[in-house]
Design a protein around this ligand. Structure first.
Ligand SMILES: Nc1ncnc2c1ncn2[C@@H]1O[C@H](COP(=O)(O)OP(=O)(O)O)[C@@H](O)[C@H]1O
Ligand SMILES: [Mg+2]
Length: 155
């Protein structure tokens, strides 16, 4: 599925509003793919208010949503399993929260058995569009499917 940023954000907001934590969403794709855009949209949809920085210096941001905490993690700068431990990774994964994790590949094999994965990438020559692929691993709670009216992106 190919989505504009607006469509991706709308989908993310629906995810945030509809999923039932504990919920783990792995966000894959290269730098600039839109992982943080999607994560922030999910947080908004879950009722998080106020500014939503990108976790660049802090690797973990925890927000209070309407019905659960939303935890946005960026593992980009993790290169060693020991750093993962310092981050409290196991506890995060065992929690009751809505977890949004960029660069999940940095966690080695340490990902929850039940999760959703979204992979984003920019199609050649289309800087404002992203190809979005969704993968279900194990038996996670259901994930809203793509926005209904995908055709005209009117707003
Ligand atoms: N269809 C799209 N979906 C998501 N982001 C898009 C899209 N088109 C353009 N962009 C831009 O791409 C950038 C994605 O940045 P970001 O979410 O920080 O990437 P990442 O976290 O994957 O490194 C943003 O500047 C955003 O405005
Ligand atoms: Mg990011």
């Amino acid at each position: 599925m190919i989505l504009t940023e607006r469509q991706l954000v709308r989908w993310g907001e629906r995810i945030g509003g509809e999923v039932h934590p504990p919920f783990f969403l792995a966000l894959r794709g290269p730098l600039g793919a839109g992982k943080s855009v999607l994560a922030r949209a999910v947080a908004r949809g879950a009722g998080v208010e106020g500014p939503l920085p990108s976790p660049t210096f802090n690797l973990v941001f925890r927000y209070q949503g309407a019905t659960a905490d939303v935890i946005h993690v960026d593992l980009y700068r993790i290169h060693d399993p020991r750093e993962l431990k310092e981050l409290g990774w196991e506890e995060l994964c065992a929690g009751e929260d809505l977890l949004l994790v960029e660069w999940p590949e940095r966690a080695g094999g340490q990902l929850p058995a039940d999760r959703w994965e979204v992979e984003l990438c920019a199609p050649e020559g289309a800087s404002e569009l992203r190809e979005v692929m969704v993968l279900k691993v194990g038996s996670p709670p259901s994930l809203p499917s793509f926005p209904m009216a995908l055709s005209p992106d009117l707003g």
